[in-house]
Design a protein around this ligand. Structure first.
Ligand code: SAH
Ligand code: SF4
Ligand code: F3S
Length: 448
């Protein structure tokens, strides 16, 4: 059968979709890029805010409709599926399969059950992650995600993830290293280590903390670059900051969600660090790596947020000067502490205005930083040919900026030097840097 997967949400979900893809292909099914040709449609959903939840709902509605005209199997999985479970079945009686993030490795069994018994199956239980899943990816990509922890124990008061992804679990070091080695053998050059809070990784069998693990990963031959996400500021140790000084494969980037610049709000959010502590971490990081790119997540309109609290967030943005930032309006999520204990009392209009102001400032700073890169020569890892622009490659700097380069050489998987010719809104244009043969005056405008 042909299958089609639609993915919403974070990198964990993307990684889960890869796993689903590999499992289905092992079962003899074929991947298709169009839902129209698919016999099996799988929607991998997110529930972190109202918006992605709505997207999940409308995707399910859309595909259930298309199912009525044919014999398709429609399955929904991921965080929103886990959250809603039975309720989804009540809403969409025709849905064939509902499963949670913990059931991915059981998908072939669940699917066979659906096909054999011709009835809907729901499994969103907390079976945990103790059974190590098999390593299954065989794509020929240059970059790859590898999970090191699953779940989260932090219970930030706004966040639903701990309720959907379960308790934090660190995968054994040996399994992680084996997975990365295999991927590197298959041509992967850059690994992004994933976890809701990678810094709290701890494998008690081998006494390995996050930095120890980074050191082991660093020594894998053939691996060129290491990224990790997400870091929780409360767990950024001096040991981790120092690691940036002696682990050159660590990319020049850290995503460090701050959420708010107001200590009062940070405490209500249960984030367990102060504004000052956060700023100190960013200073220490920049002492070690002058040009390290620091990116963040920010929430506006958290319950009780005053104009002064918001000003504190703005002044933090001014002080830290993030390379870029994702910002969101607070959205009450079921089960969370904020939902149960605090009234969502910041008016929608105020949230809207604060978000606009914040995003405007973030964008200005980001673009100024991008413009400062014009004329600079940077190392990029070439990931793939651009689908949108013929003759262009998509590459990435160590500081996580996308650089489009024109070239007819075979560059995929190579680290090359490029001269940045132009900063666009969300990416850069560059040309291969050939040392002294470089023509300083060549215009890049026609590339855009
Ligand atoms: N584990 C990561 C990412 C969590 S979800 C972390 O600890 O940072 C990604 C981002 O979504 C969060 O950083 C937060 O900024 C935002 N977010 C989470 N719950 C939210 C909510 N209820 N309302 C608005 N934004 C939220
Ligand atoms: Fe959510 Fe906080 Fe865990 Fe991140 S650290 S997933 S924001 S509870
Ligand atoms: Fe969304 Fe689940 Fe990730 S709620 S952000 S897909 S962990």
């Amino acid at each position: 059968m042909n299958f089609y997967i639609e993915t919403y949400g974070c990198q964990m979900n993307e990684r889960d979709s890869e796993e689903i893809n590999a499992l289905l292909r092992m079962e003899g099914h074929f991947e298709t890029n169009s839902s129209r040709n698919a016999d099996i449609i799988i929607i991998n959903t997110c529930s972190v805010r109202e918006k992605p939840s709505q997207k999940a709902l409308s995707a399910v509605g859309r595909y259930i409709k298309s199912k009525n005209q044919g014999k398709k199997i429609v399955a929904i999985c991921g965080c929103f599926a886990k959250q809603e479970g039975e309720r989804l079945k009540e809403r969409f009686p025709n849905i064939d399969l509902i499963f949670g993030p913990q059931q991915i490795k059981d998908l072939p069994i669940l699917l066979n059950q659906v096909l054999k018994e011709r009835r809907s199956i729901i499994d969103t239980s907390d079976t945990g992650y103790v059974n190590e899943e098999k390593f299954l990816i065989d794509k020929d990509s240059v970059t790859a995600f590898v999970n090191i922890t699953k779940g989260c124990d932090n219970f930030c008061s706004f966040c639903i993830v701990p309720y959907l992804r379960g308790r934090e679990f660190s995968r054994p070091k040996t399994v992680i290293l084996e997975e990365i080695k295999k991927r590197v053998e298959n041509g992967v050059k850059e690994i992004t280590i994933l976890g809701q809070n990678v810094n709290s990784y701890y494998d008690k069998h081998s006494n390995t903390d996050f930095v120890d693990l980074l050191e082991d990963i660093h020594s894998i031959e053939g691996l060129e670059r290491i990224r990790f996400t997400t870091s929780h500021p409360k767990d950024v140790s001096n040991k981790l900051i120092m690691a940036f000084s002696y682990l050159p494969k660590l990319c020049n980037h850290i995503h460090l969600p701050v959420q708010s610049g107001s200590d009062r709000i940070l405490s209500l959010m249960n984030r367990k660090y102060s504004r000052q502590h956060y700023i100190e971490i960013t200073k220490k990081l920049r002492d070690i790596r002058k040009n390290i790119s620091i990116t963040t997540d920010i929430i506006v309109g958290f319950p009780t947020e005053t104009d002064q609290d918001f000003e504190d967030t703005l002044s933090l943005v001014e002080e830290v000067k993030f390379d870029t930032a994702f910002s969101f309006k607070y959205s009450p999520r079921p089960m969370t502490i904020a939902y149960r204990k605090l009234r969502d009392d910041v008016p929608p209009k105020t949230k809207e205005i604060r978000l606009k102001i914040l995003q405007g400032r973030i964008e200005e700073i980001a673009q100024e930083k991008n413009r400062n890169l014009e004329g600079k020569v940077l190392d990029v890892l070439v990931e793939e040919k651009s689908e949108k622009f013929q003759g262009q490659y998509i590459s990435r700097t160590s500081c996580n900026r996308v650089v489009n380069i024109i070239s007819n050489e075979e560059l995929k998987g190579k680290i090359v030097k490029v001269k940045i010719t132009k900063a666009l809104k969300h990416s850069l244009l560059g040309e291969l840097w050939k040392g002294e043969h470089h023509e300083e005056s060549r215009s890049s405008r026609n590339i855009a």
